[in-house]
Design a protein around this ligand. Sequence first.
Ligand SMILES: Nc1ncnc2c1ncn2[C@@H]1O[C@H](COP(=O)(O)OP(=O)(O)OP(=O)(O)O)[C@@H](O)[C@H]1O
Length: 233
Amino acid sequence: MSEPILQCTGLCKNYGQKTALDNVTFSLQRGRIIGLLGPNGSGKSTLMKLANGLLTPSSGEIRIAGNVPGIETHAIVSYLPERTYFSDWMTADDLLNFFQDFYSDFNINKAADMLTHLGIQPRDTLKTMSKGTKEKIQLVVVMSREADLYLLDEPIGGVDPAARDYILNTILTNYNENSTVLISTHLISDIEKVLDEVLFLNKGQLVLQKTVDDIRAEYGKSVDALFREVFAC
Ligand SMILES: Nc1ncnc2c1ncn2[C@@H]1O[C@H](COP(=O)(O)OP(=O)(O)OP(=O)(O)O)[C@@H](O)[C@H]1O
């Protein structure tokens, strides 16, 4: 098997006394779309931030294509954070130019086409846009990079169901067979049709890593149904 695009070994992250990730070990291969699923506070965003080098592990390690997160990995990872970091005065056009300046793998024509398709005006500022529209723009720019690994932290939470389908198709059609997409979400039933594999996190521990096909074959259930059973309150 080829080198994993992402590998965690005994990964732990504490915030003071609070354990957010507890001895997490798994690896992800290239060419897969993977759902990172778990209840509130299970450690999904923490894992995404560690993969981006925004946090450092308390112990254990996380590697992207064999490297510790840093300058080399930023060049191959496209990250959609859980919260926007763009300024309100920026227009959609500004954002495209910003990405083009920052990332040599950014395909500005692809991004512009997607914005047109979504009916987003290039001269509108983020300040005047709805939450869902802002989310769409962010996802468009993140998916318009030719990255090896896309880390999407809650990409469709504020987007209406019709736009969700467009966005999922955008994800499917914009990644190539050597890339991997890791998506954290609570909207499992919307997203499971595009997933190859899922990771279930519970209280910072990895409790399941399986392909969607295996889940259907072994449990006779959808991922959504299995999630509701495993995490029933
Ligand atoms: N900056 C922080 N300081 C202290 N504790 C934190 C901090 N960030 C996260 N935590 C705690 O770490 C745990 C994991 O949080 P994290 O945000 O990774 O979970 P999550 O699975 O992304 O949750 P959600 O689905 O609600 O977004 C939670 O118990 C949370 O309260």
